[in-house]
Ligand binder design. Structure first.
Ligand SMILES: Nc1nc2c(c(=O)[nH]1)N[C@H]1C(S)=C(S)[C@@H](COP(=O)(O)O)O[C@H]1N2
Ligand SMILES: [Mo]
Length: 212
């Protein structure tokens, strides 16, 4: 190939692109959209998997989303605050690392719309988002490009209904570019960091990014 043309691009430039792709491949791939399906393809009886951080002593009536800003200030938001933001839905094939998958229909606010609405620009400039259940038993870290991906949702509906308890009522993460382990159910806290936030399944030997 030396000196030739690859994909219509002169070789010296191509060499630079190849090098960049090797470094940023994961990031660039996040700009590709996950395949979506018609609503009619979505399962009605969605299986649930994983109940870490979903303890019985949770009180939905007093739930608030706690958002910790870069400067240490915090926001406390009700579900109604999030419901005022533009609503987005998605039907996609939800994949668990254990080998099963199911086509399911979710709705909520895009994470990127939430960032815009609350002016979290400094936070969006950081490298990672951390999410935790209210009891802090389950927690994930998400690289910012994946969090800001247009299909990533702070999700409050399944099949057009409020999330069932087992699926993470009142709010969960839906992040189609990742395996199921990253789709944290029952979000209590969202925070931002330049270094990797702790991650429940990474601590148990899985890949930190768990990208698809
Ligand atoms: N809080 C919490 N969220 C969680 C889990 C968990 O154990 N606790 N398991 C994860 C895993 S492994 C998967 S596959 C998905 C399953 O989502 P579902 O129960 O809605 O099918 O939730 C993810 N989110
Ligand atoms: Mo999973």
């Amino acid at each position: 190939m030396d000196g030739g043309i690859q994909g219509g691009i002169q070789q010296p430039l191509r060499n630079v692109l190849n090098k960049n792709e090797a470094v940023f491949g994961k990031v660039f791939s996040k700009n590709h959209l996950t395949k979506t399906y018609p609503v009619s393809a979505a399962l009605k009886n969605v299986r649930f998997n994983g109940d870490v951080g979903m303890g019985k002593d949770f009180d939905p009536a007093t739930w608030e989303l706690y958002v910790i800003k870069k400067n240490g200030d915090s926001l406390k938001l009700k579900l109604d605050d999030l419901k005022k933001l533009p609503k987005t839905d998605i039907v996609f094939n939800f994949k668990c690392i254990e080998g099963w998958s199911q086509i399911t229909h979710w709705a909520g606010v895009k994470f990127s719309d939430f960032i815009k609405a609350y002016g979290l620009n400094d936070e969006a400039g950081m490298n990672f988002v951390g999410l935790k259940t209210p009891d802090e038993e389950y927690y994930v870290g998400i690289d910012m490009p994946s969090a800001l991906h247009p299909q990533t949702l702070l999700c409050y509906e399944l099949n057009g209904q409020p999330l069932p308890m087992k699926e993470g009522y009142p709010l969960r993460l839906i992040i189609p570019v990742k395996y199921g382990i990253k789709h944290l159910k029952r979000i209590g806290t969202i925070y931002f960091d330049n270094k990797r936030p702790p991650d429940y399944w990474f601590e148990r030997g899985y890949d930190y990014y768990s990208g698809l």
